[in-house]
Design a protein around this ligand. Sequence first.
Ligand code: PLP
Length: 425
Amino acid sequence: MHHFDYRHGQLHAEDIAVAKIAAEVGTPVYIYSTATLKRHYQVFARAIGAPKHRVFYAMKANSNQAVLATLAALGAGADTVSEGEIRRALAAGIPADRIVFSGVGKSAQELAFAVDAGIYQVNIETESELELLSRIAQARGKRQSAVIRVNPDVGAGGHAKITTGSSANKFGVSFDEAARIYARAANMPGVKMLGLATHIGSLIMELDDLEAAFMRMRDLTLRLRGEGLAVERLDLGGGLGIPYEIPEKFEHGPDLIEAYAAMIERTLGSLDVERGFEPGRLIAGNAGILVTEVLQTNPRPHTTFLVVDAAMNDLIRPAMYEAYHEIWPVKQPAAKSERKTYDVAGPICESGDTFATARQLPETKIGDLLAFMTAGAYGATMSSTYNTRLLVPEVLVNGSEFAVVRPRTSFDDLIGLDRLPKWLG
Ligand SMILES: *Cc1c(COP(=O)(O)O)cnc(C)c1O
């Protein structure tokens, strides 16, 4: 379920006409819905049993501070993957004791920053990282709470580029090594080893692989406890998918969440542990759209290209993952209007800069506005300035109010980042 729908012939974000925002802020523009963010967070938090178990929103999905503050007010923590994300979470008002630090390669500087900030937990990915963390914390007279990310060797996810739980992937310590490393960690002076973590992929719509992974976590927990080691926390990662092709019917979302929660009770219910969760896409995906204007039309024998003012640098998912995004006209088409075949593409000189091929849309003209649906996760956060294009502004809607929560950058700011060396000055 989301809060983008047609009223009086116009697409609305909650109570505000999308066309009004486009007119005031310009296009392309990301628009997020507060009510949708809140709903998704609350449905998830309730299902997994927060606050006893904890939700660390995976902020790489959408890290705008207004989004973080909206979720933090509901009790969300943050799953971070860099010093920059930790800083951003703190700046948005998420307290350090609700921040988890994940990520495959953390630098000494990043680990030191995390320890100094007093974050809740570091998710260790390699034995060498464990040693580094222990040294850094010990030098500061501290013991940093940590868990070890285990690679359970099950593959899952909607696309090869977002599968992380197979032994062929770079993530986590190998399952066979986990017990030995955990036992070592328990005796290290700078870490307080509290448990295990796993995260096997993204866009997961079938729970079988997750269940297999959680069973392995259960076995490992029992084995470690059998060896006299304490396991108090299990961080179960994120990865639950959302339906991109039918975002107007989010029924699948809550259904999937309920089934997920039931599966966790089935697999891990008998263990006395605090569970942590790191959902990203599930919270933010359906809560955002990217609105673009049609700049040109280019008819071909079998299709017509609609060249829009958004490009792959603004929303890279179609180019990177062959991802599908529904495209809704901002002006509601007449109920029985005829559909035509269109290819929707951006202005960048790469064939990959194509959002949709052979898409059936109502007759669309230059100047019309289109909305890419389900663009709230891995949209703005993956954007770049390729082609010296300005980062897209972001708008947050809350009922009948809206605010620009990231203004469009300026050309002076962007071009001004460069410095000419003195031999060219
Ligand atoms: C990316 C990531 C997540 C979030 O994944 P979603 O598919 O957006 O839920 C959670 N945990 C870790 C460690 C991640 O890398």
